[in-house]
Design a protein around this ligand. Structure first.
Ligand code: TYM
Length: 349
């Protein structure tokens, strides 16, 4: 039986089950942006064909910074609609909200016991985020955030975690915690791998092409939000900061602005950077920006249309999320039971 199942699955893991993929994206803005889409969602969608997929909206992570509850609730629905609009298919992937699966938080507590204080202090994302508001303004939740992320991943025994470059260190911590637990308490967790597609691992801000595109940037002039109108998006691309010189060539060091636009162009059209360099060899920056502005405009337009249609039917979104959480809990409960047992907790009888 096991054998037949693994034969039918394109990516059987060492335990004979289908390999699993897991990822999440925080509902901390009114919309996801182009960086999330190219850095993460495109890979999520591609991987759901061959893997058993778990994709979720980390609302528990979202409360580690100051937030408004009503806004969080609305943003969670928007996130669900945008992930569906991006191509997450509930028939193939469990799409759910993190807080619907209490095992994430329960496992995080256990993992907290084997995480070193110094180890957690080395997380660069925490250092960056806490530096912005000052250490006293940072919550303990922001500090322990990577431990919850490790629990998100390990509770599903995920093999692959498609993320952008900025999450690499968190996945590395997750691997360390999985190995440490396995070593101390016996084989329990699959040690996951980050799945980072180099070409789109970091999409940069259009106004500051040395910084990553981020929803928490105070100005969205350099951020193409997936709910922008075609006009807004095209304008942002046309106004992108570009480099001195005139040549359209990919060179991250001396031409970060043009290189970023070429990366976005290549990702959006599935073309190579080289073919774009050839096409634009005799043209000017303005030509590239106008063309890419139109392409991105069309893209966000149809993305927005799909999202709005999905948001119009909240009951259907609730159904999708409930089914996703039900599937997720089956797997998460099994892992948590094994972890509690290995940890030496007396089983309730
Ligand atoms: P988050 O919500 O900041 O971002 C969601 C995904 O988008 C990627 N990303 C980018 N990729 C390329 N260029 C960019 N400019 C860019 N900005 C964001 C991120 O790398 C991420 O893949 N901690 C996570 C959420 C999370 C998670 C998890 C992810 C919680 N639990 C478990 C994977 C597995 C985060 O804050 O991503």
């Amino acid at each position: 039986m096991m054998q037949a199942m693994s034969d039918a699955s394109p990516h059987p893991s060492s335990t004979g089950r289908r390999e699993r993929v897991l990822s999440g994206a925080q509902p901390t803005a009114d919309s996801y942006h182009l960086g999330n889409y190219f850095g993460a969602f495109r890979q999520w969608v591609a991987l759901q064909d061959d893997f058993e997929a778990f994709y979720f909206i980390p609302d528990l992570h979202a409360i580690t910074v100051e937030y408004d509850p009503a806004q969080l609730r609305e943003r969670t629905y928007i996130a669900a609609a945008q992930l569906l609009a991006a191509g997450v298919d509930p028939a193939r992937s469990a799409l759910f909200v993190q807080s619907h699966v209490p095992e994430h938080a329960q496992l995080a507590w256990v993992l907290g016991g084997i995480t070193g204080f110094g180890e957690a202090s080395r997380m660069t994302q925490f250092k960056d985020k806490s530096a912005k508001g000052g250490q006293d303004a940072s919550s303990v939740g922001l500090f322990t955030y990577p431990i919850l992320m490790a629990a998100d991943i390990l509770v599903y025994q995920a093999d692959k975690v498609p993320v952008g470059e900025d999450q690499r260190q968190h996945v590395e911590l997750t691997r360390n915690l999985a190995q440490r637990f396995n070593h101390r308490f016996g084989e329990t967790f699959t040690v996951p791998q980050a799945h980072i597609v180099k070409a789109t691992a970091k999409i940069y801000d259009l106004q500051d092409p040395t910084a990553k595109m981020s929803g928490s940037n105070p100005s969205h002039a350099g951020v193409v939000d997936l709910d922008d109108t075609a006009k807004q998006a095209a304008k942002k691309i046309r106004s992108a900061m570009t480099d001195s010189g005139t040549e359209i060539r990919f060179d991250r060091e001396s031409k970060p602005g043009i290189s970023n636009l070429l990366s976005i162009y290549a990702a959006l059209t599935d073309r190579t950077i080289e073919s774009l360099e050839t096409e634009y060899a005799d043209k000017q920056y303005g030509h590239l920006k106008v063309d890419l502005g139109e392409l991105v405009g069309d893209f966000v337009q149809s993305f927005g249309d799909r999202t709005r249609a999905l948001l119009d039917d909240r009951a259907e979104l609730d159904r999708v999320l409930a089914a996703g959480a039900e599937r997720a809990r089956e797997v998460a409960a099994e892992t948590l039971a094994a972890v509690y047992d290995r940890s030496g907790f007396v089983a309730p009888r």
